[in-house]
Every structure is written in C-alpha cells, then in structure tokens.
Design a protein. Structure first.
Length: 252
C-alpha cells in the first residue's frame, strides 16, 4: 500500500490536514506582520491550504514542499482555482532532505509533516536557521496528553520518546532560542471531526474503487487506527500548533 496515496485519499475532504480548527490558525496568522514582499517556506504543505491562505491574506510568495504527488496535484488545482499559482512554488522533495540558504524566509512552517530525524527539537533548529531576524517559525506536532500504552504505540508505529507533552513542545522551541508567541491545541470535538472525516473518505473510496488492490489494505489500516483512536487515542494523543518569533533585527 502506498502511504502517500492513503493519506491523500483520507484527506481529500479536508482543507487543513491536521485537527486544529481553521479559526485558531487564522488567529496565528493575525500575529504575523507578513507583506507582499515576504517569503514563506511551508514544509509538508499537504493540500496547500495554509500556503493559499497566506497568499490570499498577505500576497506573500510561498515555497510549498511535499513528497506526495497527489497532495501537490491537489494544491496546484486549488491554487489555479483561486488565482494564487503565480505566488506559489510547489516542490516535490522529501522534507528530510530539503535544504535552504540561511535566513532566507520571513516565515518557516512545518505542521504535522514528520520525516525529520531528531524530533521537534531538530525541526525547530532547522527552521530557525532558515528564518530571517525577527521572522517567525510555525510548527505543528503531536504531543502526549498521558503516557501511552504499548498497544497504542504499536498502532502508531512509534516509541514513547518520539513525542513530548504540550509544555515540552513549547520548551523545545524556547531551548532552540526562539520566543514563544502562541500555542493552540485541538479540542476533542476538532479531533473527532478530523478523524471521522478521514475514516469516511477511506470507506467511500473502497466502495468507489472496489477493484483497486490498495483498497483492502487501506480499509484494514484505517479500521485498525479507528479502533485505536476510540480505545486510547482521544485520551492520549494531542496535537498543537506553536508560533515562535526569531530574535534579531528585522530585515527586508
């Protein structure tokens, strides 16, 4: 089963590919004094919703990076429909291998994309290095609400040490030399909306494409995740988005 395909199908009815409500993300955008000349990097851009919102609000230029052709196709289609394609550069690159010149961007973003070894501390370090003085770093990441059990970790395919708690995520940014500006988390209602929309999309695809050999393993994976979400996930796993400012002199 192609996991990029699985994620693209599961998220086909989502705008943002994370459980935080759009209104909370808009609040974070309110705090960023971006302008038409600003440059933005969005690693793991998914369907491109955040990149398109930034272009719409500020007229900034956005480099949006993802390693899923299906996600990038969806982002391109949406950008064409909204007239934002002239400000959007889509890059099909593994984000773990992405490199940029130091202090290139006024805002660097990585929300729920994973793929960088070393966890959230390493993410903050890399994004900080690519961000200009007085620029901003926006990171979305999972966190533990309580200690996970081994059965749930097996479904997540991760170790307990892969994620911190909510405070730990904020502290990781501060330890990287960034200034915390705002942290928001997904409510249980937001998690439910996100997860059940994903579940419905996989179920619908399996009915629409019964001859696709990927459909049965996608259903199996989704149903196993659904059971784990109901058993443990709602009480154990959180998701937060964290906004930081990079100290330094503002540059053009």
């Amino acid at each position: 089963m192609n996991r990029h395909k699985y994620s693209a199908i599961g998220h086909r009815d989502h705008d943002y590919c994370n459980p935080v409500a759009a209104a909370k993300i808009e609040r974070m955008l309110d705090l960023m004094p971006l302008e038409a000349h600003s440059r933005v990097l969005d690693l793991g851009c998914g369907r491109g919703e955040l990149a398109l919102r930034i272009i719409e609000r500020f007229g900034a230029s956005v480099i949006a990076v993802d390693h899923s052709p299906a996600m990038l196709d969806a982002a391109r289609e949406r950008a064409e429909w909204t007239g934002a394609l002239g400000k959007l550069h889509l890059d099909d690159v593994d984000i773990a291998r992405y490199e940029a010149d130091p202090e290139t961007f006024h805002l660097t973003v990585m929300i729920g994309a994973g793929g960088i070894a070393g966890g959230i501390a390493q993410v903050f370090g890399r994004l900080k290095g690519w961000t200009r003085g007085s620029g901003y770093v926006l990171v979305g990441e999972r966190y533990w609400k309580q200690r996970p059990g081994p059965e749930y970790l097996a479904v997540l395919e991760c170790s307990e040490g892969q994620y911190l708690n909510h405070r730990g995520n904020v502290q990781a940014g501060a330890d990287a030399g960034l200034i915390p500006m705002l942290a928001v988390t997904a409510s249980l209602d937001e998690w439910d909306e996100y997860e059940w929309k994903f579940f419905r999309s996989i179920e619908a695809y399996a009915r629409e494409q019964p001859s696709d050999p990927d459909a049965p393993p996608m259903l199996e994976r989704m149903r196993r995740w659904r059971d784990a979400y109901l058993r443990w996930g709602r009480d154990t796993l959180g998701f937060g988005i964290y906004l930081f400012a990079r100290p330094g002199t503002r540059t053009s």
